[in-house]
Write a protein that binds this ligand. Structure first.
Ligand SMILES: Cc1ncc(COP(=O)(O)O)c(C=O)c1O
Length: 403
């Protein structure tokens, strides 16, 4: 009996495979790596290469290796290595997000926090309210657990929370509300204080879990800090706060944390054990050294003005070269949201722009319903002002050639 040709064998896909939608954002990393020509990269939400303290990290990883020897390559405790947990609790103790050991889980980046929260609370068919536009890796995660997505529009004060009751009348209460309160990815807008309060009140009324995804909160470069959902909802078991070192230190480390009710954390530990056992230990030890050595505060003090300078440089370039475009004015974080005339389709623009030597994320890729066809996301953080000007000039050439 011969073996059938590989591509004629029907694979017995699980039903959930149809909900594994992937991420245009992440796919752009591989796509850009394949390009041979020079590209200004406004697409990925990566910190500036110059913002990664490589010499210090080299020194600290050597220190960790000398201190822990072979043990630094062993399995770690699922909840996180004790050195990192202690250092992180100490750092948080000096912030309004001071927390306790039983509320803390070290994760493999913020994405794992989103996945664990979704795994614990979403049944197939459940409604999940998300911002429109939003970080579609977040919606990809909830969709992978079979959620139905309810989009809530965003304006300059973040999610239009006051529209939720009407949406709930029409569609029913959401099981989960997913929000990025600070310098939202992709719009750059920040959820106002009254809306934060209303969101928690409504979530309490409906028994909805609030996934408070805040990778950028410590990167505010103008205006005053607002109390986080974690702070406003202190002790509220419905609030699950997802945090990461990806934007404030380095994304390749894949180290983040969740702060949530101890019951939630205990279940998350079980789920993580069935997922990846523990977060990469050498990376945890490196972050532990970074925090325990007191380097984070200085690092953030250096990042904030630099990111502000980069945002302003990009905005100046946009005003000069794309005067008819509208764009947001974030007080922190990484992203600007740019809106072009209605008739410009930024998905089609993407290929032209790539050929021209500039990359961005098209608006449609940042909304569950594929809206925002004439908008796009630009990451200002990764690119220095001179190069940013070059990128915006290339973008303008691409826009003029399609419009
Ligand atoms: C809003 C938001 N949440 C979560 C993440 C994922 O973080 P991590 O890279 O640590 O998994 C990102 C990264 O872009 C993000 O912007």
């Amino acid at each position: 009996m011969g073996t059938p040709a590989v591509d004629t064998v029907a694979l017995p896909w699980a039903e959930r495979c149809s909900s594994l939608v992937g991420s245009v954002i992440d796919s752009s990393t591989a796509l850009l790596q394949q390009q041979k020509h020079d590209i200004v990269r406004f697409a990925m939400g990566s910190p500036a290469a110059e913002a990664i303290p490589t010499e210090l990290l080299d020194e600290l990883s050597g220190k960790a290796l000398r201190e822990y020897g072979a043990a630094s390559f062993d399995y770690a405790a699922t909840e996180g290595d004790p050195a990192l947990r202690t250092a992180l609790l100490d750092v948080l103790a000096a912030t309004p997000e001071s927390t306790t050991s039983d509320r803390l889980l070290v994760t493999s980046g913020g994405m794992q926090g989103l996945d664990l929260a979704s795994k614990l609370f979403i049944n197939p068919g459940d409604l999940v309210a998300v911002e429109a536009p939003t970080y579609t890796n977040g919606t990809a995660t909830v969709l992978s657990y079979g959620a139905r997505v309810l989009e809530v529009p965003v304006d300059e004060d973040g999610m239009r929370v006051e529209e939720l009751p009407e949406l709930v009348e029409r569609f029913g209460p959401p099981r989960v509300i997913y929000t990025i309160p600070n310098f939202q990815n992709p719009s750059g807008t920040t959820l106002s204080l009254p809306r934060r309060r209303l969101l928690l009140e409504l979530a309490g009324r409906w028994g909805s879990v609030v996934i408070d995804d805040d990778p950028y909160g410590w990167l505010r470069f103008s205006g005053d800090d607002l109390p986080s959902l974690r702070e406003l909802g202190a002790g509220n078991p419905l609030v699950v706060s997802v945090r990461t070192f990806s934007k404030i230190l380095a994304p390749g480390l894949r180290v983040g944390w969740v702060d949530a009710d101890p019951r939630v954390i205990r279940r998350m530990i079980n789920a993580k054990q069935a997922m990846d056992t523990c977060t990469n230990l050498p990376a945890q030890l490196l972050v532990a050294e970074f925090l325990a050595g007191g380097h984070l505060a200085d690092h953030l003090v250096g990042l904030r003005p630099e990111y502000r300078r980069r945002k302003e440089a990009m905005q100046d370039a946009l005003r000069q070269h794309l005067p008819f475009a509208r764009f947001t004015d974030p007080d922190g974080g990484f992203f600007l949201w740019l809106t072009l005339p209605d008739e410009v389709d930024t998905s089609a623009l993407f290929d032209v722009a790539l050929a021209e030597g500039v990359a961005f994320i098209p608006g449609r890729a940042l909304s569950a319903s594929g809206a925002f066809g004439n908008s796009l996301r630009l990451c200002f953080a990764s690119t220095d002002p001179a190069r940013s000007l070059e990128g915006v000039q290339r973008l303008a050439r691409a826009v003029h050639s399609v419009h």
